[in-house]
Design a protein around this ligand. Sequence first.
Ligand code: AMP
Ligand code: ZN
Length: 119
Amino acid sequence: MAGERQADCLFCKIVAGEVPATVLRETDTTVAFRDINPQAPTHVLVIPKVHYPDAASLAAAEPAIAADILRESAEVAALERTVDSGYRIVFNTGSGAGQTVFHAHAHVLGGRGLNWPPG
Ligand code: AMP
Ligand code: ZN
């Protein structure tokens, strides 16, 4: 069935508590935890508990959970006090865009100047 846990998925293992993570927030549908290789003072990943390979497939199948990801990203930005200075939500989609973990996730980045266009 769509959205089911994948045995070989790192982020499904984090959802299940089988791989440790520094969790900031958890809801019925999402988990937010610090990226292990931070690219900014605030670098948090917000993931759905269900497994979809990327943000677009999540939004197509479970639009309410895709909206939860955006709401939780804003909660993380508030928790990290990056709302006033600005923050960025990134969904790398496809290996050509730098996606390495194929379980949908938002990167929430902040706490430093963020250049545009991105690299
Ligand atoms: P992406 O490259 O967009 O697929 O993002 C995957 C992110 O997951 C990268 O920024 C990694 O640093 C991060 N990451 C990989 N393994 C872990 C882990 N065990 N805990 C937290 N973040 C991780
Ligand atoms: Zn997964």
